[in-house]
Design a protein around this ligand. Structure first.
Ligand SMILES: [Zn+2]
Length: 407
């Protein structure tokens, strides 16, 4: 899903959609406008792809339609559509979910995401039973507590423990309360730390924490070290001082892996100019969020400086041909400018984000962009793009969907 083959990653099996005319046509601005203006059609119940679609549509952006004048008249219609989608997802999940992988505790690709989004949608609709999916979400803590609960790697963002913590962070932000107990949060953080320590020792790494996903030692935001460390920093106060020190050592180790303002997808790779990836999922536009969080926690200027270098590289190389999305598309690149605007207050970053947004509507983009498989997807499709365009209208509240550093 992220510009590199990831064996057996469920997100790489996305289906086509009617909006893409069977997936053969390039992305077009009218399609994007139609996505902004219309609620999605209800998905078929128990469809294999339903959970992914629901995770990728309106529900996560409830504050946006609530706060943005453009969406206010349609807010109730969007919420009703969101409920149709999320109800189907909950039924699917309670019916057993995916049969070929344990994605019960996955945030972006499975059960934790379904229950988190359901709680947000039901709460926004004023439904009293929003507590039920919250209870289901809490129960998943036991699923991801065992050190190696997933064979492919138990700690990354999309299916692993970092994702579960990320979901809890979103719920805390949107509901205004901590949904996990301190003991639950500490147990998940300790499992991530212990898993990383054991892997680093086993592989004789000269640094304290490392992880792999399907046998690859990723560094970037999608499946790699940076988003795992970002989540540990998001729960910094729950870590013991010795573990806090291990996290900082790992952050500084990752900072040392920089190659001309970018990072290779895998540990130890050398970036080749012709194959350089400048995506949220792999590279500077995603790793920037770790250094933003590190700066916000520590106030050390070197982390902000690194983040700014990520933004400069993205300005030079971030107009991608892989679609409009936030994973490895134009909106994902542009979000780093909105992050930098919030960190620095410098309006040049608004200018840059606006130019990237304009590019989405050009003939050059339309002609050169890759066709989409998962048109509704939050990460690969238009949903994330809509979030970005919405955030452009309110840059003081902008944040990469479900991945805030400001909680
Ligand atoms: Zn990607």
């Amino acid at each position: 899903m992220c510009g590199r083959p990831v064996p057996a990653d469920p997100s790489s099996r996305g289906r086509g959609s009617s909006l893409a005319a069977g997936g053969d046509e390039p992305v077009s601005p009218p399609s994007l406008v139609s996505v902004i203006q219309q609620p999605p059609p209800p998905p078929p119940p128990f469809h294999r792809d339903t959970a992914r679609r629901a995770n990728g549509y309106w529900p996560q952006r409830l504050p946006a339609p609530k706060a943005c004048p453009l969406f206010a008249p349609s807010r109730e219609a969007y919420l009703r559509a969101a409920r149709r989608v999320v109800d189907a997802c909950v039924r699917y999940q309670e019916g057993g979910g995916e049969t070929d992988a344990d994605t019960r505790a996955a945030f972006l690709l499975g059960g934790a995401g379904v229950y988190a989004v359901a709680a947000l949608v039901y709460r926004a609709l004023g439904l009293p039973d929003f507590a039920r999916p919250l209870g289901k979400f809490r129960e998943l803590c036991e699923v991801c507590a065992p050190l190696s609960f997933l064979e492919c790697g138990s700690d990354e963002l999309f299916v692993g423990r970092a994702g579960y913590l990320c979901a809890a962070l979103v719920l805390k932000q949107r509901l205004g309360m901590e949904v996990l107990t301190p003991a639950q949060i500490k147990s998940i953080c300790l499992a991530i730390l212990e898993s990383g320590k054991q892997y680093a020792v086993k592989k004789r790494k000269p640094f304290p924490l490392m992880y792999s996903y399907y046998g690859t030692e990723y560094l970037g935001a999608a499946h790699g070290l940076s988003s795992i460390l970002q989540m540990l920093l998001s729960y910094y106060e729950y870590l013991q001082p010795a573990d806090q020190e291990l996290v900082w050592q790992s952050v500084d180790f990752l900072m040392d892996q920089e190659q001309n303002s970018n990072w290779p997808p895998e540990l130890g790779e050398t970036i080749e100019r012709e194959n350089e990836l400048v995506h949220w999922c792999h590279g500077a536009p995603g790793i920037a969020y770790l250094f933003a969080k590190a700066y916000l926690v520590s106030k050390k200027p070197q982390y902000l400086d690194t983040c700014i270098r990520c933004g400069e590289l993205t300005w030079q190389k971030g107009l991608l041909k892989k679609g409009p999305g936030i994973c490895h598309g134009v909106a994902g690149s542009a979000y780093v400018f909105l992050l930098l605007y919030r960190l620095t207050g410098n309006s040049k970053y608004i200018y840059r984000a606006q130019r990237f947004a304009e590019f989405l509507f050009t003939e050059e983009f339309k002609a050169g962009s890759r066709a989409l498989e998962s048109v509704y997807s939050l990460y690969e499709g238009f949903s994330g793009t809509v979030c970005f365009l919405t955030d452009l209208l309110q840059p003081n509240q902008a944040e990469f969907p479900l991945f805030s550093v400001f909680v």
